[in-house]
Design a protein around this ligand. Sequence first.
Ligand code: GTP
Ligand code: MG
Length: 370
Amino acid sequence: RGNMTVGETAKLLHKDASEVIKKLMFLGTMATINQELDLDAIQLLATEFGVEVEVKIVVEEDRFENFEETDEEENLMERPPVVTIMGHVDHGKTTLLDAIRETNVTGGEAGGITQHIGAYQVEAKGKKITFLDTPGHEAFTSMRARGASVTDITILVVAADDGVMPQTIEAINHAKAANVPIIVAINKMDKEGADPDRIKQSLTEYELVPEEWGGDTIFVPVSAKQRQGLDELLETILLVAEVNEYKANPNKRARGTVVEAELDKGRGAVARVLIQHGTLKVGDAFVAGVYFGRVRTMVNDKGRRLKEAGPSTPIEITGLTEVPLAGDPFIVFEDERKARDIAEKRTVALRQSEITANTRVTLDDLFQHI
Ligand code: GTP
Ligand code: MG
């Protein structure tokens, strides 16, 4: 289960509820015994108490049936890895993303206008890599809390002239809670005072130990500004992807996650969606969160119109009835009637759950006081 009350968590950790409440207070949050904790918060508490908890993530939409089907191994095909870039403010996340994107526009797509779709794909060594431009840690947590695990690999950006900062640690905790591998990009290597060894040293405290020191974390020194080390970073991503063999079945109805959505004056509701399973086609009927729709137009991150999009492809679609939320599951159904039906049921369920919803302590609540 994703959430447990403070009392249940105490039992799990073999502690008194009062100890857990004290610890939460120490971390800056007042909680009662019946208050719910999300998974990240529970894991943080376990770490704080020095207790190992095995996390078995059973993907379970609390409110909605999720229509997930398992695939036979033989139907699975390699898909591009989905990578998220995280790190402290001003350490160079955006500059790094831009540098990677600009230097890796594939031949046929050169000259195309890059759209801001919250996610994009680059090609390196003939292989695609999907980057998610995370709108922030909060969205990451809320996506995870809702069962949407969208990222395969986290790039942790640390500025060589600044070092490990609060949001660096926060990003590490998010990645660990999501159980995704971390690649450390030591950025701003061009700056005077850049000290990569100091970064490596301070990250050992968080169990990120470089390979040359006997650990298994890959550190890549880069300069986003001078575009140094980008190839090595991309190669490292491909290496991690090769080891983990990310796969999906492209030959079925599409499922994915809404990354961003908004109301556009001319086009109506627009959603940027990361396709995770199956293939989405123009004309497909779908449900996004509690709304239904039918794909009217679909473009990729280069603004090119697509007729269909397979696993790990980020796209922008129109044809929604309303604006869904970031993190909402996106599911295609056999026809519009079914999609409409599901959307209606979900709207009713959502209203009911809103009435009974109680407050829940999240990882971000615990961190906002640091
Ligand atoms: P937030 O989105 O605010 O969290 O920041 P960010 O992590 O996206 O950092 P951003 O890319 O905006 O870079 C912050 C500043 O650092 C800018 O002034 C960049 O020009 C500068 N910067 C980024 N990368 C490098 C680098 O490799 N070398 C140098 N010298 N400066 C860099
Ligand atoms: Mg930025």
